[in-house]
Write a protein that binds this ligand. Structure first.
Ligand code: NDP
Length: 285
């Protein structure tokens, strides 16, 4: 058996096409969706992500700009800029690219973003709304994964789902979304005693570990849905996921590739969140 591939790139392209009409409607009503991305420092991976986010917006007719600060910048300068953007009616989404340099209080910065413009969904109030099952903004990566389940016709109700990873940006919100969707969820992490015991009995495995090719074919059950959130750069420069794709391909029922899986969906859902924010502001949502 060879797994069916859930193509994130194709789904991302399809969704982005469908967003264009919504952006046009909003623009005609004087609410052109606008996203500002704040980057502190020169981390090469972050620079690529920020560029892709800004370009993703521009490609579908949205407004987007990046604001770049030197890594030594005082936190207050960034907080003042966020306050200014919170008050700017042309801006519907504000995103601070993580990680921030060590002298920053990440929580304080994220909490400074207006909950109405927190398109990453990392503000404590938005995290709370998600856990109550009434999200305002769903964090983009797990949101993208949920869309991929839809695309792959994966019925989550009553399924055993195992999420490997418990970060605030992927693992925890992923688990919350799966619970809300009716799955029975186990969250594994570095302190989990017998990871294979959990993954072997799962109908759905979501890998967000940050370790290349971590999930092997013998860790999953025949026919499982395997979602690979990982993005790892190998010494030869190639990208690879947290799942050993070749090894799992013959065991899984459905699988996502890297690249071309969850990655393109993350930015797509950022665009979706910003459009939703603009639609709320325009009173058409
Ligand atoms: P973090 O490093 O914040 O979290 C990794 C998680 O994996 C932690 O909870 C950690 O456990 C757990 N873990 C580490 N080692 C093991 C192990 N041996 N067994 C079980 N669990 C383990 O990473 P992120 O959540 O930020 O990202 C995860 C991956 O997803 C990365 O590859 C990242 O690049 C990628 N990513 C991809 C995105 C996309 O757009 N596709 C977006 C964001 C991230 P513990 O908590 O105990 O330390």
């Amino acid at each position: 058996m060879t797994a069916q591939i859930i193509d994130g790139k194709a789904l991302a392209d399809e969704l982005r096409q469908s967003f264009k009409a919504r952006v046009e409607t909003l623009t005609a009503k004087g609410h052109k969706p606008g996203l500002v991305v704040i980057l502190v420092g020169e981390d090469p991976a972050s620079q690529v992500y920020v560029k892709n986010k800004v370009n993703g917006c521009l490609a579908i007719g949205m407004h987007s700009e990046k604001i770049v600060y030197d890594r030594e910048v005082d936190q207050q300068v960034v907080l003042d800029k966020i306050a200014e953007l919170n008050a700017d009616p042309a801006i519907h989404g504000i995103l601070v690219q993580l990680p921030l340099p060590k002298h920053f209080d990440e929580e304080k910065v994220l909490e400074a973003i207006s909950v109405e413009k927190d398109v990453d969904g990392f503000h404590a109030e938005n995290v709370g709304a998600l856990s109550q099952g009434a999200p305002r903004f769903i964090p983009c990566t797990p949101y993208g994964v949920m869309k991929m389940f839809e695309k792959g016709n994966v019925d989550l109700t009553g399924k055993e789902a195992v999420v490997i990873g418990r970060s605030n940006i992927v693992g925890k919100p992923m688990a919350m979304l799966l619970i809300n969707a009716g799955a029975t969820v186990t969250v594994c992490h570095s302190k989990t005693k017998d990871l294979n015991f959990h993954t072997k009995r799962a109908d759905i495995v979501v890998a967000a570990v940050g370790k290349p090719k971590f999930v092997k074919g013998d860790m999953i059950r025949l026919g499982a849905v395997v979602i690979d959130v990982g993005i790892n750069r190998l010494p030869d420069g190639k990208l690879c996921g947290d799942v050993d794709y070749a090894d799992c391909l013959e065991v899984a029922g459905q699988i996502t590739p890297v690249p071309g899986g969850v990655g393109p969906m993350t930015i797509t859902m950022l665009l979706a969140n910003t459009i939703e924010a603009a639609e709320r502001k325009a009173g058409i949502r």
